[in-house]
Design a protein around this ligand. Structure first.
Ligand code: ZN
Length: 501
């Protein structure tokens, strides 16, 4: 909407909102810390800044009376600080006491997207035409979808000005780094000591396998043990890999040839990930997206991370439906290698009146699951349980937003700081979606049934991987109550419930 001068010539005042920018506030606070300003002088500084804004904002009013709202944040600067005058202004706007908002810049008005959404609601439902103007000259007219789009795009930077600065510095350094030398420096496990840009034919397969094991479902701790059993030495420490070292090795972007700067992934002008000039372990980014997905989703539900029995919670009580839990058997005050699955007495909703011999149930179910796996792999068909991916539209949206933002940038319609931070946010969202897609597009069954699994067999798998595979085949194992008293193990008590009919 173009606001004609006349529109503002109303008896009703328009709201003028002033607040010192977070960046300026940060400068003032630094000066106080360094002893350059006393707290009183600092308050004075903030006030001066606000008065300068008032003069500028007056030029937007077209002569209409202005009702001023002013929040001073220096004394109470916190991320979630409430802004009393902002609240007053929203109230007045809603009640129709003011005809709109004028401000120096949009990031002064809205610190959080939810602030903006509250105001957008008012603009959308108001019967009068409200105005919204800033000195940036951009269209933030909240009565139009274009204006709302740009406003939303820019508001998410408002409470991030420090990150903004940090990122700008990173970008500047990155620009230098890009022109500079190769980043394949220093001896890294998997690459040659003599030439760190070339894979070491002896160690690269081990590093690649560590990543593949993780993607297939092994915990970091399990891979750490495996590396130690292969006697892999961490070049940096001269010892076996620790848990942290193992994790870092698996997550390292350099495995995929992705270049980073201060641990941030670098994007070029076309918004493509900047690749290094060393030989990557993986020729495509598919597994990288999977590893990203596993970072957030976890290879196994977290509650499983300490499960030490194959069928805990997978086996269910045939009386009450509760999950059975593995418990070691004790004899004469000592723990034996034997164990039972019991209905969990500690839970009030469980009956606690059912038990079955653990090793015998495990071996029964194991044989069944393994037979299913082999049959599936012979038929080149895996039990597929992956749900179809539903994020295509969201991904398309993000890609369009990125393109749109780049257009704005090329047309010099957006400030550098806004461009950079907004683009970073959109890229993060895009990567999240790509990770999610990778996670879904590989059928769950295929992730678990690997070449390695088929060669080494069930026995050599970690318990968590065995559990993942059991879950790919079975929804549950119902354990029915024993007929008669104690005695022999009765396989008929175990009723497997298959995932796919
Ligand atoms: Zn029970």
């Amino acid at each position: 909407m173009h606001v004609r001068e006349g529109d503002l010539m109303l008896a009703k005042p328009v709201g003028g909102y002033c607040r010192t920018s977070d960046a300026d506030l940060a400068d003032i606070r630094r000066a106080v810390k360094a002893g350059l300003l006393t707290p009183e002088e600092a308050t004075e500084e903030e006030r001066k800044g606000v008065l300068r804004q008032r003069e500028d904002i007056e030029s937007l009013s077209g002569g209409a009376p202005i009702k001023w709202y002013e929040d001073n944040n220096l004394s109470a600067f916190k991320r979630n600080v409430r802004r009393p005058d902002f609240e007053n202004m929203v109230k007045d706007l809603k009640a129709g006491r003011i005809s709109g908002i004028l401000a120096y810049d949009i990031d002064r008005v809205y610190r959080q997207p939810r602030d903006l959404e509250r105001v957008i609601d008012i603009y959308e439902t108001s019967k009068e035409t409200l105005v919204f103007k800033t000195l940036s000259g951009q269209n933030f007219d909240l009565t139009t979808s274009d204006g709302r789009f740009s406003a939303r795009l820019f508001v998410n930077i408002a409470n991030k000005s420090s990150e903004d600065t940090r990122r700008r510095v990173v970008r500047a350094n990155v620009a230098k780094a890009r022109k500079g030398k190769s980043h394949a420096m220093g001896h890294t496990f998997g690459w040659l000591a003599s030439d760190p840009s070339e894979l070491d034919p002896e160690t690269a397969p081990i590093r690649r396998k560590a990543v593949e094991k993780h993607v297939a479902g092994d915990r970091i701790a399990t891979i750490m043990k495996w590396l130690a059993s292969e006697n892999v030495i961490n070049i940096a420490t001269g010892k076996h890999y620790t848990w942290g070292g193992t994790k870092a090795m698996i997550h390292a972007p350099r495995n995929w040839g992705i270049r980073t700067y201060n641990e941030e992934i670098i994007y070029d002008d076309d918004n493509e990930i900047v690749m290094g000039d060393w030989e990557p372990l993986f020729p495509t980014l598919d597994t990288w997206h999977l590893v990203q997905a596993l970072k957030t989703k976890g290879s196994t539900p977290t509650r499983e991370s300490n499960v030490s029995y194959l069928l805990t919670a997978i086996a269910r009580c045939g009386r009450c439906g509760g999950g059975l839990k593995g418990h070691p058997k004790w004899a004469k005050g000592a723990r034996t290698p034997g164990y039972n699955y019991n209905c969990n007495k500690q839970r009030p909703e469980h009956c606690g009146a059912l038990a079955i011999d653990g090793p015998k149930l495990d071996s029964l179910i194991q044989d069944l699951v393994w037979a299913t796996v082999l049959r599936a792999s012979e038929q080149k068909r895996v039990p597929e349980t992956a749900e179809p991916w539903t994020g295509e539209a969201a991904l398309k949206d993000v890609e369009e937003e990125i393109a749109e933002l780049q257009e704005l940038w090329k047309a010099k319609k957006v400030r550098a700081a806004s461009y950079v931070t907004t683009l970073d946010d959109l890229n993060a969202r895009k990567n999240e979606l790509l990770a999610d897609r990778a996670y879904h597009s590989v059928p769950a069954g295929t992730r678990s049934i690997t070449e390695e699994l088929l060669t080494n067999g069930w026995e050599n798998l970690s318990i968590e991987r065995q559990r993942i595979i059991v879950r790919k085949v079975l929804r549950a194992v119902i354990v029915h109550p024993a007929k008669g008293r104690g005695g022999r193990f009765d396989p008929a008590r175990a009723e497997p419930v298959f995932l796919t009919a």
